[in-house]
Design a protein around this ligand. Structure first.
Ligand SMILES: Cc1ncc(COP(=O)(O)O)c(C=O)c1O
Length: 451
């Protein structure tokens, strides 16, 4: 008989063994033997269970999770209402395949998505299982609907690992190395990154300079706009380094799309579902995409991706596109509860605590030798580390050491871009947890700075 395990009620970290503990060490060793080494584990966290923003490892150590399973567990780990919805649905119908049969909760979720996504027009939804699948759908639909073959993506962007999504992705070369040739017709344009403007403009002119390069160089020399099916863009670059572009950048892209009949595809896989304090990050600059890609936080951890498109665009015939598991009834039930919880306060919490955290971090670039820039929206916050504030040489090793140092203090973090540390907690965190995370982060940072 298994021993009864006490409920996981702690809110703050509590370390009981040296890390990694004995059970964690055993499992990591087995993992090395059996699991693909392509995964990028930054430290040996072996999870056993989670509740809210706390994860317990297999040795009984408690961690404060500021990674949210890569921005997925929006409502926290195992939110009781999500668990209940999943259990109820699992007992009713696990699978039927919405590609060949009907079930109602798929439609209920589509109605909800139509209502909460930007644009006051009818929409249709295609369901897959992941962010990459939502992107694949957008690519195929854009070609199908426009009859055009080219795509514009951005330097630094990440859209997934399947071939279509990977052909867009230009975040880290290791993600593409030895995998080519890729989908033809993808052009990469500079993404407005004022801290390091890719076309060398000063920060206040970066957005316009990047737009000019796209319009006056790429669309004049590489592909005429009439051959471009869509611009695919993250409203804040996620894996590329939590890069927040000036509002005018996304507004300029929208104008360019409207002028040339190109579709605007917004990849909100990481930024969406209330994380930035609004449903979608593209709502901050007031931009309305033709196609919106959603995954990660949509179902609080169950696999689900959605491609939401203008209904007139998504008018392809039966058989054109489908996915056996897409829109699985259990994932959809989790998504409906997730949306309700986000509406009922979590989005507001993300906005409020995000502002508080950003406020507290505002003077870190002045106070900390390694912090080049702090940026973000809501609970999507990045600290870019540099070795030298003038040359802005990325502090890659230091960023890695910082997340390791945080782990050894009971705080789970991830890096992104060359040397950015991201704070991407579940939207359920409270002020005490935010303060605790900042204190542990600062302690780990000071240790590295004093080395
Ligand atoms: C912006 C963005 N798009 C797409 C993806 C791919 O999502 P998935 O890993 O679910 O395929 C990711 C994953 O990190 C992402 O951040």
């Amino acid at each position: 008989m298994t021993k009864a395990v006490p409920a996981l009620e702690a809110k703050l970290p509590q370390l009981k063994t040296p890390l990694p503990g004995p059970e964690a060490r055993r499992i990591v060793k087995l993992d090395e033997r059996y699991i693909s080494p392509s995964y990028t584990r930054p430290y040996p966290l072996v999870a056993r269970r989670g509740r809210g923003a706390v994860v317990e490892d297999v040795d009984g150590n408690l961690f404060l999770d500021f990674s949210a399973g890569i921005a997925v567990v929006a409502t926290g780990h195992c939110h009781p209402e999500v668990v209940q919805a999943v259990q109820q649905q699992a007992a009713e119908l696990l699978h039927m395949s919405g590609t060949d049969f009907y079930y109602e909760n798929m439609i209920t979720l589509a109605q909800k998505l139509e209502a909460i996504t930007p644009g006051d027009f009818p929409k249709r939804v295609f369901y897959g299982n992941s962010g990459a699948e939502a992107i694949e759908c957008a690519l195929k639909l854009a070609r199908y609907a426009t009859g055009r073959k080219n795509f514009i993506a951005f330097q630094g962007c990440f859209h997934g690992r399947t071939y279509g999504a990977l052909s867009l992705t230009a975040s880290k070369s290791v993600q593409r190395e030895r995998f080519g040739p890729f989908l033809s017709g993808v052009l990469h344009a500079p993404y407005a990154y004022p801290y390091r403007c890719p076309v060398g403009a000063p920060p206040e002119k970066c957005a316009q300079a990047c737009l000019n390069f796209l319009e006056n160089v790429l669309l004049k020399t590489v592909s005429a706009p009439e051959e471009v099916a869509a611009i695919i863009v993250e409203p804040i670059q996620g894996e590329g380094g939590y890069v927040v572009p000036p509002d005018e950048f996304l507004q300029g892209l929208e104008r360019l799309c409207r002028r040339h009949g190109m579709l605007l595809v917004m990849d909100e896989v990481q930024t969406g579902m209330g994380r930035t304090g609004r449903w979608w990050a593209c709502q901050h600059p007031g931009v309305t995409p033709d196609i919106l890609c959603i995954a990660k936080g949509i179902a609080s951890g169950l696999p689900l991706g959605a491609c939401v498109a203008r209904a007139d665009l998504m008018s392809w015939p039966p058989g054109a596109h489908a996915s056996t598991f897409g829109g699985n009834p259990v994932s959809v039930a989790a998504a409906l509860t997730t949306i309700r919880l986000i509406e009922d306060g979590l989005m507001e919490n993300a906005r409020r605590l995000g502002d508080t955290i950003l406020g507290k971090l505002a003077d870190w670039p002045r106070r900390h030798r390694l912090v080049g820039e702090v940026r973000g929206r809501g609970l999507m916050i990045g600290l870019e580390l540099v070795r030298d504030k003038k040359t802005k040489e990325p502090a890659r090793e230091e960023a890695k050491a910082l997340v390791e140092g945080a782990f050894h203090r009971g705080l789970l973090l991830l890096t992104c871009g060359a040397s950015t540390v991201r704070l991407v907690p579940p939207l359920v965190i409270d002020a005490e947890q935010a303060d605790c995370a900042l204190a542990l982060l600062e302690e780990a940072l000071a240790e590295i700075e004093n080395r």
